[in-house]
Design a binder for this molecule. Structure first.
Ligand SMILES: CC(C)(COP(=O)(O)OP(=O)(O)OC[C@H]1O[C@@H](n2cnc3c(N)ncnc32)[C@H](O)[C@@H]1OP(=O)(O)O)[C@@H](O)C(=O)NCCC(=O)NCCS
Length: 292
């Protein structure tokens, strides 16, 4: 049997994809009559998706035939949303929907989470998403009297435990690796004790790195960092080590909230070239860009 193949789609594919999308969603539109149904999408809006900088449009081909399409985009640095997935009715039920979704997720190995929504009354769709590791969040959105959407979520974050976070002066000893919960701002979080390099103690302070981005992280920052004896150089070294770990998680920058009255931390941020972005109730928010 012919094997499907998932590859990036380009504007030249827009016409053909639009036809497949309409065929795939015609039944849904008859059933739900929702105004945002992909059946109603026009070529302009499909082209906008294809050229959306934080997005990726894929086509599923089977030999010379176009079998389906998929569009995803990045909502926050490691958080992706599956905006649409469709398989032409001729090819449905062969496992190709699952294949396309798995391939698209594999193309984004740094993703920490995936989300999508789906009508609550389509068991085939739900079976497809569950087979790809998605679970029901329990969130529901009523679109109209005929259509209710449910939100599915797939969490795929991996803590990196093997990395030794140490330089010539300071060592970060892992104290906890916490899955998302309210006190971690809803994202995964590392907590470390700060020690002199190569030594067992004494503990010089504590720090935490939140890996992810949402409004709660914006308000709290990615980093908590406290030294018993504040010293700009030591703050700088710890921030550099946390930055290395963040970079391994494909983070592009660190957001750090510096409360007033922490001059040693402010000096370290200045030495590292951090930019003050905004003043929040808890202090000033600094952005520290991360590079290799
Ligand atoms: C949803 C869609 C993308 C899934 O793609 P697909 O290639 O048909 O799906 P797959 O073959 O990979 O998986 C379908 C699963 O649903 C199961 N299934 C089919 N009909 C079912 C039903 N009535 N009840 C329960 N499960 C059902 C299949 O058996 C299969 O699971 P299994 O292999 O574990 O048995 C495709 O059907 C489609 O394009 N539908 C129209 C557009 C759409 O709904 N897009 C998604 C919007 S949320």
């Amino acid at each position: 049997m012919i094997q499907p193949q998932l590859e990036r789609a380009y504007p030249a594919d827009a016409d053909a994809l639009l036809q497949v999308q309409r065929a795939a969603f015609a039944g849904h539109y008859r059933r739900y009559r929702d105004k945002d149904n992909p059946y109603l999408q026009n070529q302009d809006s499909l082209l906008r998706r294809m050229t959306f900088p934080q997005g990726a449009y894929y086509k599923l081909t089977a030999g010379d035939e176009l079998a389906g399409g998929l569009f995803l985009y990045q909502r926050a640095f490691a958080s992706f949303w599956l905006a649409v997935l469709y398989i032409h009715p001729r090819f449905q039920g062969r496992g190709w929907g699952r294949f396309a979704l798995r391939q698209a997720m594999e193309a984004h190995p740094w993703a920490a989470e995936w989300g999508l929504n789906c009508p609550t009354d389509l068991p085939a769709n739900q079976a497809c998403y569950q087979a790809c590791g998605f679970t029901d969040t329990g969130l529901r959105e009523r679109i109209n009297p005929r259509l209710e959407l449910m939100v599915y979520h797939r969490y795929c974050f991996r803590f990196l435990r093997e990395e030794a976070l140490e330089d010539s002066r300071v060592r970060l000893r892992l104290a906890a690796a916490l899955d998302p919960r309210p006190e971690t701002c809803g994202v995964p979080c590392y907590r470390f004790d700060i020690l002199p390099a190569g030594a067992q103690g004494p503990v010089l302070g504590r720090c935490a790195l939140r890996v992810g981005w949402n409004e709660a992280v914006r308000l709290a920052g990615h980093v908590d960092l406290f030294l018993d004896a504040p010293e700009p150089d030591l703050y700088r070294l710890v921030l550099a080590l946390l930055g290395e770990l963040a970079y391994l998680h494909r983070m592009e920058d660190l957001s750090i909230l510096a409360a007033p009255g922490r001059p040693a931390l402010l000096q370290a941020l200045a030495a590292l070239g951090a930019d003050c972005q905004e003043i929040l109730p808890g202090g000033a928010r600094y952005i520290l860009p991360l590079e290799g």
